[in-house]
Design a protein around this ligand. Sequence first.
Ligand code: NAP
Length: 686
Amino acid sequence: MHRVESYVAGAWHRPPSDGRALRDAATGDAVAELSPAGFELKGVVEHGRAVGGPALRELTFHQRATILRNVGKMLLTDEAKEQLYDLSYCTGATRADSWIDIEGGAGVLMSYASKARRELPNATVAVDGATEALSRDDSFSAVHILTARKGVEVQINAFNFPVWGMLEKLAPAFIAGVPSIVKPASVTAYLAEAAVRLIVESGLMPEGSVQLVCASPDELGGLLACLGGQDSIAFTGSAATAAALRNHPAVTERATRLNVEADSLNAAVLAPAAAPGTAEFDLFCAEVVKEMTSKAGQKCTAIRRTLVPEQHLGAAAEALAAALAEVVVGDPRDRATGMGSLVGLAQRDEVAASVAALREVAVPVVDSCDLSSVDSVIGAFMAPTLLQATDPRSETVHTTEAFGPVSTLVPYGGLDEAVELVAAGGGSLVASLYGADRDEVAVLATGVASHHGRVLIMDETMAAASTGHGSPLPPLVHGGPGRAGGGQEMGGMRGVFAHMQRTAVQGSPDMLTAVTGEYIGGSSIASHKGHPFKLTFDDLEVGDSITTGSRAVTRADIAAFAESTGDKFYAHMDEEAAARSPIFNGLVAHGYLVLSFAAGLFVWPDEGPVLANYGIDRLRFAKPTYPGDEIHVVLTCKRKTQLDGRGYGEVAWDTRVVNQHGEVNAAYDVLTMVANAPGVNGAPGR
Ligand code: NAP
């Protein structure tokens, strides 16, 4: 039988001793054997720090993104993903459940790859926010920079999404430049192992950037003992294990960063106006059933508490019972099956114990189904179980997480009571609200937001496009306060920056330019080697600059611009009205006229390396431009971002429109695409 292996320090390690059998959740057949890892875990952290970290930090954000994209593509090939699907059935998951885990996991890599290329520079250091001027004469400034922490991230994962749970943590850490050490949950470790094996065998990721430790929790002590202030632990699992980690000396004494995703009693709330017969009532029932049965309810985001206005309770219970009766529970390998099994018999026992506790304070609405097609003694099958709270305020209802296909109907009186009951869960990952009445939904959403990391508002207009209550998305924050652990994962670049140190760097603009690789206003490095629009991406250097000639802005210009654009705002048309404005001293030029004149001053007209202007960032009209003003432009190459293989790169230009008194009328970044030199980076040859 296959013995689950670890991948550490560049090699696969087969445990030396026999272990316990990991069994197919539906058939009871042995799938693999899990033994203590049997090696010194200290070396794993050292390898990550000494080999993985430096290899990753040498790469730019874009290079890391390209690797992630290629790993995502590899995992999505039929050959790779079918291997994972085959093993995933053994966890009790149907094909649809496994899609969330496997293709959803690869999707996170792809999403992070494209977001990183769009939102981060092609560099190893990111600048966070604007330059802070610390002196009147621009000689002393500050910027915040983000650099990769020089440590490792230890992932301790839950059993339910062995692939997605690993990749959603790996992606932001990898983009940040931090290596990952993955500790999968024991019961589904063979699936995490298979995914890591595919990644390692692809040779796409630098050695040391990902290691897999299939060890028992007891052995983890040796690993956690090595962690310090540059390292992090990302934990997903039960509140009890989270509490043990919070008290570990790595966290309490050495400031290892700990992110916790723990249990969560997520709620769905039907708004009062979403009465039976409305589209939102049907959407609510469909989503509750989907969340109860998808992955047999073993989802951290599943709907555990189903809140319904008292007046709709009977109708909701009836509709949900009818829909649950349609769910086919059976062999996860059978395409006709709607809900597979739990991950194992021990998990079923745990869920049964939680249901027993809930039944002290709730009555069953549905708790049986046809299990005749399966062996429900050997297989961890369980009927979808819908309960109805006898006392909506019962603490048990709001604190007992039955991590299976279980939800409890909770009636409420008014909106305030609904908000209070949702909050009684002590903080959750997600709440979903169903209703078309904007006032009701606004009260609910703002009322419950403090207790959640994500709120989904469902109505008829977005239902077809909705990704659903239970799907954490890479651009959005995943995590919740309080009972949910207080952590945050993903959330686009927020998840990346969580692995980086934000440092305020103070100094002269020249030094800040040298540190960041971006032109910082006031820097003397500005060079004037002719019009920079004539330079290819490769010849252009940060700091290359042009100061244009000047031109006057006249009343006739303003009148003509108003006429041709139709923008006849009074401040451009009526001298007296403009003078009454608290902002202006009289007639002013349109801001867009100033921008247009500026373009007329700095644009080099002939065909050349500048291919297109694709936008403007950070535009501010700092001072009004009055008729009679003479304006000129100072345009400086601020940031260059090579786009791999496209034959061009992005160039941001620090642009200042300055008047005859030396005052800045407008300041902004012009964004352009600039061609590479012939033959470079895929650009056509001469
Ligand atoms: P668990 O017992 O806490 O196990 C989670 C992970 O922690 C496993 O890898 C486990 O390893 C490891 N572990 C156990 N004891 C440890 C210790 N003393 N020190 C270090 N690691 C230790 O959780 P579970 O019961 O398997 O998972 C279900 C729970 O996870 C549910 O409460 C669910 O709500 C939560 N969950 C939350 C999210 C989220 O994103 N918020 C997602 C999924 C699940 P072994 O497997 O080897 O014991």
